[in-house]
Design a binder for this molecule. Structure first.
Ligand code: HEM
Length: 880
């Protein structure tokens, strides 16, 4: 704490490394996570911190990071809201609203409006809310163009904000504002947004300068309030001035009508006086203010979390299928007829609650009192509150690992966990709506609205962040700010808004399933990106393209136009051919997988055991009993593909080469040995073939420290006729296999000979064999099924074509799907065209690789083989 500047230097430290607009909740999380910098011996974050940032905030701020302590000032005793709330709301409501009115008036209006927001009443409003959400859904559908093509980038928050305006007006007064289809923006929305800007100034610069408002601001304020009044008063007066007031009020159970009924009951049926009308208007404005961006931002964050957690999106869709039926077009009417069905969506409820746990948007600030102390449960420590603004900080409380098991994981299941289960949430630790008598009055409306969006929109659409497209639209000058490496972060002065309104595009929805987590498959090998490099700019984002070196065997190396594949006589070391492979890049499998999985979450433990074709798509069934529906399924599950076997039966069986041994190993050496090998091979692909039909390729798989050769991992692939040693590898131990490999070392020139002799005794030599499968045409069931990668063509490794062809498959498949979704072609035609090309290309490459494999048995043939002629390139291109 600085005598002169209080804690402002700490905030400046935060500012230095963070964008300016970052939300207060993120600052608090950072403060707690970095507390040890200022309070060294802390074992866990402190329950309370006092912050003095005058003049930015007028009082000492008491930040409460423990839910049970927050309960002391919100639930056990409900302290008054901090005076700054009044200052803030005054321009909008003249402090006639329930939040900033004096104690008695506040209670009167809160109790009059409470029944309107009850779960029972909100359930009755569901059909009207669905009308508005269907407009939202239709508009999102349009963003994708016909049949779900990749759409333009748009700011999701703008859409969700317009939705919440429509919903609040509908729920409070049964008025259709049509904000969502009003491209100019209604006068009501424009006035409210302008007023909120003024209110923020009241808290910021104006307050620090001691100026309530500048003269021109007074005018803006008045003009805004008149516009708001004009938009809202008509409906209120129509009811109040109705000759049959009691009937008019009970006609429809809107939020306003129920509150007016209450008022009538309390005043013995007297027509409300002007002051009451003003208070009603003030409260309507408060609802619009407090309910619009909170709800709209939460919907955005929910989409973001579902995008980042596709397994949860799948579970959400499963629940919707089972509760609302599989026909998405019938869901809205079903919910209109039976709104209580929403209560059966327990997982969906968990999704919304988790979204609010990760991204609490607002919080309460209460006025400390002289006789009021906060205590840490189980301790005698009393924290004074006099003169402080007590801040409840859900952005810290809701992510506290001591209270929430697996706090940083998005786990909707925790909201279904029974009491007694360790995952069952602690009741005071979830407080996005604050708690106690002055909690959020609109929480039921918000929860129902967000759940309805999840139920009616998330099944059909995938929404994804689209920063590349957004950046292009913004131009190069716009800074690309991040928090924790992420472009999407919470910002704003009051509510935590998604940065830049969350730029997204509506994508082609997909999910990736795998049998097992690759983390359990420790094997790694290296591969070359030859001719397929040209597909990467279209397949990967600019950011991932820029990071492709991360997947390389040598991360520091930048490939050029003069890369080459060098073929040698392995017996003499003589160079037989040098084939230019422009921009060829050596990568390893683990690195590629890691890079390509950026932003994609694979769902593991999903072994495919069945595929069914339905009228409009496919159903994939998994061994664990789950199933998923989609428009089409792509079998990309490698050489043993289940989908291929399902489509082709016996024709799917690969051919094997039983007379040849295959060894695929990784080896590390001492610094000197590694240096010797590295310096005596060509940098990337040192291709060696011995006239006896032995193949021995030396590659580098990973380099940790460029100059320390003990950190280099080499990758060797060796094949030889079984007759060479007369001893099969099958059934042998690793040590015995290493001994067999050393026994063939004498056949080779250096450094191959030494590389074998120096192999460590305990080296793992896995079982391997050569398998090829030349594609046979399959029935793609009107485009509902196809194959890609090794599933579509199992190519022997000799020409290093597996990765290149798989990449070309991916690029062609994306174009085919795009053609189908833009309406340029039917799905059946687009996939048939894709299949034709894949099959022809696959057959040709399997033929070439087979020709090469067989040529090794006859030296003359080998000297004419595809590797000598084309290297890793495509024959067609070589002839150009
Ligand atoms: C996800 C959406 C929402 C969130 C996260 C949220 C959060 C909150 C929080 C934290 C408070 C306490 C603020 C304080 O004490 O100063 C609050 C109060 C309030 N909220 Fe919400 N809110 C949401 C939606 C709504 C909606 C839809 C409405 C009305 C249509 C609404 C109306 C209010 C009102 C009137 C208060 C003041 C209550 C009082 O002073 O007694 N909120 N909200």
């Amino acid at each position: 704490h600085s005598l002169l500047f209080g804690h402002i230097p700490i905030l400046l430290k935060f500012r230095k490394h963070h964008p300016e607009d970052v939300h207060f909740g993120i600052i608090m999380k950072w403060l707690v996570d970095n507390c040890n910098q200022w309070i060294p011996d802390l074992k866990r974050p402190p329950p309370v911190l006092y912050l003095d940032i005058w003049p930015v905030f007028p009082d000492i701020m008491m930040m409460v990071f423990d839910g049970s302590m927050s309960a002391q000032f919100t639930q056990i005793r409900s302290l008054p809201k901090h005076r700054i709330t009044r200052t803030f709301l005054e321009p909008l409501t003249d402090n006639l609203d329930m939040t900033s009115a004096d104690g008695k008036q506040s209670k009167v209006w809160r109790s009059r409006f409470n029944p309107s927001f009850s779960p029972r009443n909100i359930t009755m409003l569901i059909p009207e809310l669905i009308d508005e959400i269907m407009v939202f859904k239709d508009l999102l559908g349009k963003m994708a163009g016909p049949s779900g093509q990749w759409g333009d980038v748009f700011q999701l928050e703008e859409r969700t904000t317009n939705l919440t305006f429509d919903v609040i007006l509908r729920a409070t007064m049964d008025e259709r504002l049509h904000e969502q289809i009003n491209t100019l923006g209604s006068p009501l929305k424009q006035a409210l947004i302008s007023q909120i800007r003024l209110m923020s100034k009241v808290l910021g610069v104006n307050r620090i300068l001691g100026i309530k408002r500048w003269p021109w601001e007074a005018w803006t304020r008045q003009r805004n309030n008149e516009a708001l009044c004009k938009a809202l008063l008509g409906r209120v007066e129509a009811i109040i001035k109705s000759p049959h007031l009691a009937d008019a009020v009970s006609e429809k159970k809107t939020i306003l009508n129920i509150a007016l009924s209450r008022t009538l009951a309390e005043t013995g049926g007297k027509t409300p006086d002007q002051r009451s009308v003003d208070a009603i208007l003030a409260n309507l404005k408060l609802f619009l203010f407090a309910g619009h961006d909170t709800t709209s931002s939460t919907i955005c964050w929910m989409f973001k979390l579902l995008q980042d957690n596709p397994d949860c999106l799948s579970k959400l869709r499963e629940e919707l299928n089972s509760v609302l039926g599989e026909d998405v077009n019938k869901a809205a009417n079903l919910l209109r007829d039976s709104p209580q069905l929403l209560n059966n969506l327990v997982y969906t409820n968990g999704v919304v609650k988790e979204a609010l746990r990760f991204y609490p948007l607002a919080s309460t600030v209460r006025q400390g009192e002289r006789d009021f102390f906060l205590t840490v449960p189980g301790s005698d420590m009393r924290y004074p509150t006099e003169g402080t603004a007590i801040h409840d900080v859900p952005s810290v409380i809701q992510l506290d690992e001591h209270v929430w098991p697996r706090a940083n994981e998005f786990l909707p299941e925790r909201w279904i966990a029974a009491q007694g289960d360790p995952m069952h949430p602690n009741k005071d630790a979830w407080r996005p709506f604050s708690m106690g008598p002055r909690n959020c009055i609109g929480q039921e409306l918000a929860m129902v609205e967000i759940k309805l969006v999840a139920a009616l929109v998330c099944r059909e659409f995938d929404i994804q962040e689209a920063w590349d497209k957004w950046d292009m639209k913004q131009g190069p000058m716009k800074p690309k700010e991040t928090v924790g490496g992420r472009r999407l972060y919470g910002c704003g002065q009051t509510v935590q808004h998604p940065k830049d309104g969350m730029p997204v595009h509506r994508g082609i929805s997909f999910a990736v399933y795998d049998k097992v987590d690759p983390a359990t498959r420790t094997r790694d090998w290296s591969m070359t990106i030859f001719w397929s490099f040209r597909h990467y700019p279209a397949l990967l984002s600019e950011e991932l393209n820029n990071r492709i070196n991360e997947a390389q065997s040598k991360v520091y190396y930048n490939p050029t136009a003069v890369e080459e594949l060098v073929v040698k006589n392995a017996e003499t070391g003589d160079v037989l051919a040098r084939v230019n492979s422009p921009f060829a890049r050596r990568v390893n499998r683990v690195g590629m997988r890691k890079l390509l999985l950026n932003g994609i979450k694979v769902q593991y433990d999903r072994e495919l055991v069945g595929v069914e074709y339905t009228a409009d798509g496919v159903v994939a069934r998994f061994k664990n009993g789950t199933f998923e529906k989609g428009t089409m399924i792509v079998g990309a599950e490698g050489g043993q593909s289940f989908v291929r076997r399902m489509l082709l039966g016996d024709l799917a069986l690969p051919e094997t080469y039983p007379d040849v041994e295959m060894i695929n190993i990784n080896a590390r050496y001492t610094h000197e040995q590694g240096k010797y090998i590295a310096e005596n091979v060509v940098p990337h692909v040192d291709y060696g073939v011995h006239p006896k039909g032995i193949f021995f390729i030396i590659l580098v798989m990973r380099v940790e420290e460029k100059d320390d050769y003990s950190t280099w991992t080499f990758h060797f692939v060796i094949t030889y006729p079984k007759t060479l040693t007369g001893t099969p590898l099958k059934g042998k131990t690793n040590a015995e296999r290493v001994a067999i490999l050393r026994s063939i070392a004498d056949n080779f020139a250096e450094p191959r000979r030494s590389a074998l002799m120096w192999l460590p005794d305990d080296l793992e030599v896995p079982d391997d064999s050569i398998k090829m499968w030349s594609p046979e045409p399959w029935d793609n069931h009107d485009g509902r099924v196809t194959l890609a990668g090794d599933a579509a063509h199992a190519i022997a490794f000799y020409r290093g074509q597996g990765l290149n062809n798989a990449t070309a498959d991916a690029a062609n498949l994306v174009s085919a799907i795009e053609k189908a979704t833009t309406g340029e072609s039917t799905l059946a035609d687009a996939i048939t065209e894709y299949d034709k090309e894949v099959i022809a290309r696959g057959q040709e490459e399997v033929r070439l690789s087979r020709e090469l494999a067989l040529s090794m048995e006859h030296w003359e043939k080998f000297l004419e083989s595809p590797i000598i002629k084309y290297g890793g390139n495509i024959p067609k291109e070589m002839s150009k």
